[in-house]
Design a protein around this ligand. Structure first.
Ligand code: DGJ
Length: 710
C-alpha cells in the first residue's frame, strides 16, 4: 500500500507517506519516520530531523537496552504489554482533542495520521495521533488510551510524546526559574542516565516551563539542528531525557505520573495533552520562530491575536490595594492624557462582608466593595470609559479577577468550605492566605462561570486579567490535579466563547502559567511580576524560546523598581516593554517626573507604531543578556518590508568600543532605509553590521528599517 496525503511537505515529498508499515511525516525541512516492528507489532522510531526520502539503512542489531520506540508501555498489574499495531487512519485537517486545548488548522494546513494499537491480553487500546503542519515543521502528538475490557483499570503513566534520538552527543535546554525570575535558559550536556524535571505544583509554574529543546553541542542561535518540544498543558507535567547505556537518547513529555492514577472503567478513555515538536536546521532561533508561527496561527484563538493591543495602564504597582472610585478615576484621567487606551483596575475592588483591602480576605466574593465603589462598578466604568484618549476615542476599562481562589475570610468559604481542594481532615495549607477551589467539581465550575458572566455583563468591561496566585498542596486523590485542569479548561472555554470581544490576559503571580494551554484561550500573559527592565530582558528573551512576543505583557514601571530597587532611564524601560505584544504602564502617572511625563506620549506612539511588527513579525535573538553586555533583538514584519531592531547596553565601560550589531533574515540584495538616517543593503546590515554609541549604563535604541521597493 502506498498512501499520500493532499498537501506537500519538503519539495518532492508528501506530508504523509505510508509505505507498507513505515510512516513518514514530512514538513518543509523535517522528516519524522517510524515503522511497525514485524516481530512484535511495536512502533519503532526511525528518524526525527532533517528531511529524508527513500529507504534508510537499518540499524545494526541487536540493540540491547535501547530499542527505539514510539510508545514505551506497561499495563496494569504486569511489567509487560503488547500494544500492537492494528490499523491506521488518515485525516485531512486535524481532529479536536475533546476537553483539552489543541492546535487547530484546516485541510490545507495540517494532515493527521492516527495509529491504532491494541493489547489483546489486557484489552487496552491506544491511539497515537500525529499531525503535521508542514509550514512550521511541526509534528503534534497525543495519545489516547481506551479500556475495552470488562474490568476497571488505572492509568498510572500517560506521556504525550516519546521520541528516540540515534546515538550522538546532545545538549538539552530548559526554562526554569522562580517567582519574579521566570524562564531562565539552562543548557547542559545530556550525559548517560536520567535528566529532566517533574513539576508537582498543579500549575505549569514558575519552576519549570513545560518546554524542552534538544540541540547538538555546536548548535547556536542561528545555526545547527534544534528540536523544540512544547506541552500544551497547564497542570503538573513531567519531562524526561534519558541517555541509555548504548547512547540512544529518549525524550518523553507528558502528564506528571505522581498526579495521575486515573481510573478507567470499561469503555472509558483518557487522552493525553498534545505535545508540539518542531525541528529547525537554523538553530534555536529557527526553532523558536517555528513555534511562534504555529502558536500565533494555529493555537491562540482570540480575535485579538493579530491585532495591536491597546496600550494599558494597570493600577497594581501605582496603587496596590489602596483603590477607590476617585483615585482610580484620577489616574485613569492622567493616563488617558498620556496616550493610554485601556485602564485596568487591579486587585482590591471587591468583597462586601469581607472586603478585599489586603490579601487577607474577600477572594470568592465577586461583588464590588460598597465603600470603595459607593456608586457601584458600573458607575466607575461609565466614568472612566467616558474619558477620551489622545486619539479622541473613549478609554476602555479592564478588571482584575482571581476566580479559582477563595480566602477563608469570605462569604463563599463560609457557605461552601467543601468546595476547596483538601485532603480529608488534614490541615488546609494557606498560601497568600488563600485556598484553591476544586475546579474538578462541576458546581464550582458553574459558580465561576456565573460570577464572571455577571461581572462582564454588569458593566462595559473590555479586558480581564485572570490571576492565579498559588500552587496546589493538599489534594484528595492524585487524579484531582488533572481533573482540576480539565475543569479549568471547561471554564476558560465557556467564558472566552461567551465573551469573544473581551481581551483576556493570563497571569499567575506573573508568568507562573505561561504555557500553550493558557494561550489557547488568552492571547497574552503577564510575563513576570518582576518589572525591572534589566531583568525583563532575560525573562522575555527566555520566554521567547517557546512563546511569541505577541503573547507577552510588558509594562513600564516606576523607579527605583519595586522588586529590586534598580533605577533605569524611562526610555530603556519603555524600549524593553515594547518587545512585548501588550505594552503598558504599571505606575501612578501623578508621580512621574515632568520630563518623564513629557516623553511618555512619544514613547507610547512609538510602541503603537512598531507593534504590528512585534505582534505578527518574526523574531531574531541577535545577542543574549547572559552572554553579552549588548543584548539585541530584531523583528521582521510578515511581508518582510520592515524590520525593527532593539539594541541595549547594560553597562558603560570606559575605553571600550561597542561591537557592531549584525542583523539577520534580511534580503541580501535589497536596500534598506534606516529611519533617522542611513541607507544600506541587506548584505551590509547582516555581514558588516550597524554601530551605535550609548555613553551610559542602560542605553537603548529602537531602530526602524524599511525595505526600499524594487
Ligand atoms: C499577582 C499579579 O501577578 C500582580 O500583577 C497583581 O495582579 C497581584 N497578583 C494582585 O494581587
Amino acid at each position: 500500500m502506498h498512501d499520500e496525503a493532499l498537501h506537500s511537505g519538503a519539495p518532492g515529498t508528501s506530508a504523509l507517506l505510508v509505505d507498507g508499515k513505515t510512516f513518514t511525516i514530512n514538513g518543509n525541512t523535517v522528516s519524522y519516520q517510524f515503522h511497525v516492528d514485524g516481530d512484535t507489532g511495536d512502533l519503532r522510531t526511525d528518524h526525527f530531523g532533517g528531511p529524508i526520502t527513500g529507504p534508510i539503512p537499518a540499524d545494526p542489531k541487536p540493540l540491547i537496552n535501547g530499542v527505539p520506540t514510539e510508545l514505551p508501555d506497561r499495563p496494569e498489574g504486569y511489567t509487560v504489554s503488547e500494544l500492537k499495531y492494528q490499523a491506521h487512519t488518515i485525516v485531512r485537517g486535524k481532529p479536536g482533542l475533546p476537553g483539552l486545548p489543541a492546535t487547530f488548522g484546516g485541510e490545507e494546513d495540517v494532515t493527521t495520521i492516527i495509529i491504532h494499537l491494541y493489547d489483546d491480553k489486557s484489552q487496552v487500546a491506544a491511539d497515537l495521533t500525529y499531525s503535521i503542519f508542514p509550514k512550521y515543521d511541526a509534528v503534534v502528538r497525543s495519545v489516547s488510551v481506551m479500556n475495552q475490557g470488562t474490568g476497571n483499570i488505572t492509568v498510572e503513566v500517560l506521556a504525550s510524546l516519546s521520541v528516540d534520538f540515534a546515538v550522538q552527543d546532545l545538549d538539552m535546554i530548559t526554562l526554569s526559574g522562580d517567582h519574579m525570575r521566570e524562564a531562565h535558559r539552562e543548557r547542559r550536556k545530556v550525559e548517560r542516565g536520567l535528566h529532566g524535571f517533574q513539576n508537582s505544583t498543579g500549575f505549569s509554574s514558575h519552576l519549570y516551563n513545560p518546554f524542552l529543546a534538544i540541540a547538538h553541542p555546536s548548535t547556536t542561535e542561528s545555526q545547527g539542528s534544534a528540536w523544540g518540544f512544547s506541552l500544551v498543558y497547564t497542570g503538573s507535567s513531567a519531562v524526561n531525557v534519558e541517555k541509555s547505556s548504548q547512547g540512544l537518547t529518549r525524550v518523553i513529555l507528558g502528564l506528571n505520573p505522581a498526579q495521575l492514577s486515573w481510573p478507567l472503567a470499561s469503555g472509558e478513555s483518557l487522552s493525553s495533552p498534545e505535545c508540539v515538536s518542531v525541528y529547525s536546521n537554523q538553530g534555536l532561533g529557527g526553532m523558536s520562530r517555528a513555534l511562534h508561527g504555529l502558536y500565533r496561527n494555529h493555537l491562540m484563538r482570540s480575535k485579538f491575536v493579530r491585532q495591536n493591543r491597546p496600550v494599558l495602564l494597570n493600577s497594581w504597582e501605582g496603587l496596590y490595594f489602596d483603590i477607590n472610585h476617585s483615585n482610580l478615576y484620577e489616574i485613569a484621567k492622567e493616563s488617558a492624557a498620556l496616550g493610554v487606551k485601556l485602564f485596568v483596575m487591579d486587585d482590591g475592588w471587591f468583597g462586601k462582608d469581607y472586603p478585599r483591602i489586603s490579601d487577607e480576605a474577600g477572594l470568592g466574593d465577586w461583588v464590588p466593595n460598597p465603600h470603595r465603589l459607593p456608586h457601584g462598578l458600573d458607575s466607575l466604568v461609565n466614568d472612566i470609559t467616558a474619558l477620551k484618549g489622545t486619539n479622541s476615542a473613549n478609554l476602555w476599562f479592564g478588571i482584575w479577577v482571581e476566580p479559582e481562589m477563595v480566602n477563608p475570610k469570605s462569604n463563599l468559604y463560609c457557605a461552601h468550605p467543601d468546595w476547596v481542594l483538601s485532603a480529608g481532615t488534614y490541615p488546609r495549607t494557606e498560601l497568600r492566605n488563600q485556598l484553591i477551589l476544586n475546579l474538578g467539581l462541576p458546581e464550582v465550575q458553574d459558580y465561576i462561570i456565573a460570577c464572571l458572566s455577571n461581572i462582564l455583563t454588569s458593566a462595559n468591561i473590555s479586558y480581564v486579567k485572570w490571576d492565579h496566585n498559588r500552587s496546589m498542596t493538599e489534594i484528595q486523590t492524585p487524579s484531582a490535579a488533572h481533573a482540576y485542569i480539565l475543569g479549568l479548561y471547561r471554564v476558560l472555554d465557556t467564558i472566552t466563547t461567551r465573551f469573544p470581544d473581551v481581551l483576556f490576559e493570563g497571569c499567575a503571580a506573573g508568568g507562573g502559567r505561561f504555557d500553550p494551554g493558557i494561550l489557547q484561550f488568552f492571547p497574552q500573559i503577564w510575563t513576570s511580576d518582576n518589572t525591572d527592565a534589566v531583568d525583563r530582558i532575560s525573562i522575555q528573551l527566555g520566554m521567547s524560546l517557546a512563546y511569541p512576543a505577541s503573547s507577552m505583557g510588558a509594562h513600564i514601571s516606576a523607579v527605583p523598581n519595586h522588586q529590586n530597587n534598580r533605577t533605569t532611564p524611562l526610555e530603556f524601560r519603555a524600549h524593553v516593554a515594547m518587545m512585548g505584544g501588550s505594552f503598558g504602564l504599571e505606575l501612578d502617572p501623578k508621580k512621574l517626573l515632568p520630563e518623564e511625563k513629557a516623553s511618555l506620549p512619544g514613547l507610547i506612539a512609538l510602541a503603537e507604531r512598531i507593534s504590528p511588527v512585534v505582534v505578527n513579525g518574526d523574531m531574531w535573538r541577535l545577542s543574549l543578556p547572559h552572554e553579552s553586555n549588548w543584548p539585541a533583538v530584531q523583528f521582521i514584519s510578515e511581508d518582510a518590508s520592515q524590520a525593527v531592531l532593539f539594541y541595549f547596553q547594560l553597562q558603560q565601560h570606559v575605553n571600550e568600543i561597542t561591537p557592531r550589531v549584525k542583523l539577520q533574515g534580511l534580503a541580501s540584495n535589497r536596500m534598506y532605509q534606516i529611519e533617522g538616517g542611513g541607507r544600506y543593503s541587506g548584505m551590509v546590515l547582516m555581514n558588516h553590521g550597524l554601530n551605535y554609541y550609548f555613553g551610559s549604563d542602560y542605553g537603548s535604541k529602537v531602530v526602524i528599517l524599511t525595505k526600499e521597493p524594487l
